[in-house]
Design a protein around this ligand. Structure first.
Ligand code: SIN
Ligand code: MN
Length: 220
């Protein structure tokens, strides 16, 4: 939703940058359409199951590599055994554009070498949330690119030591980009709240929140 007062680009922590409304509405709709396609198969959208038997409240589908708590594989052995959809070139290009928006493309920018190979697509509806965690199943320190579409949420961005304070709560709305790399790459983060019904009509999503994170797994 485009507010009366544009929200500024914000460096939330060193290496962690929030760029509001980075995705134009047309690209939001393209991403929503692509996610709908991926959600149909070859591996369907499902609630990930934790090793202890707990079930995550988000529903997830992966592209490039399948993530199951807490590892990546080419096949979705915890769902239907199918090989996940190929990671498309256009999505890697979108990831590089996102890094330029967050960090610029000057000397030392990681954009030159950034080659994301996996996307985790999370769909939040009802009371879905995500607890504080680190993204550490990758064998790469490359930045994580996060794209949000649909309902606004509270994104809690913490420190690299533990799940608690200090953290900052940032509202991620439809079209927002958040990148975390460098000293923030292994910061704890989570989604304590989604505000139902806050999505505008522009993305073509009737309800809920969609989040895509692009990652370099560092796996061959
Ligand atoms: C994640 O940490 O994998 C998802 C974050 C989000 O939904 O914004
Ligand atoms: Mn995460």
């Amino acid at each position: 939703m485009s507010g009366l007062f544009p929200r500024p680009r914000t460096v939330v922590a060193p290496g962690a940058v929030h760029v509001p409304e980075w995705l134009p509405p047309e690209r939001r709709r393209q991403l929503v359409a692509a996610c709908r396609e991926w959600a149909r198969g070859p591996v369907p959208l499902r609630h990930p199951v934790l090793p202890g038997g707990g079930v995550m409240s988000v529903r997830t589908v992966c592209v490039g590599r399948h993530w199951q708590p807490y590892r990546y594989a080419r096949t979705a052995d915890d769902v239907n055994g199918a090989r996940v959809a190929e990671f498309p070139d256009w999505l890697a290009e979108l990831g590089r554009e996102a890094l330029v928006a967050a960090y610029g493309d000057g000397d030392g920018s990681p954009v030159e070498t950034y080659a994301p190979d996996t996307a985790i697509v999370n769909f939040y509806d009802g009371a879905a949330r995500m607890g504080m965690h680190q993204d550490k199943d990758e064998r790469s320190g490359a930045p994580v690119v996060s794209l949000s579409i649909g309902d606004t949420c509270v994104f809690r961005f913490g420190n690299t030591e533990n799940r608690g304070r200090p953290y900052r709560d940032v509202e991620l709305a439809s079209g927002d980009l958040f990148v975390f790399g460098g000293p923030s790459r292994f910061a704890f983060h989570g989604v304590p709240k989604v505000f139902p019904g806050t999505a505008g009509p522009e993305s073509g999503m009737r309800r809920g929140r969609l989040n895509l994170t692009l990652r370099e797994t560092g796996l061959d």
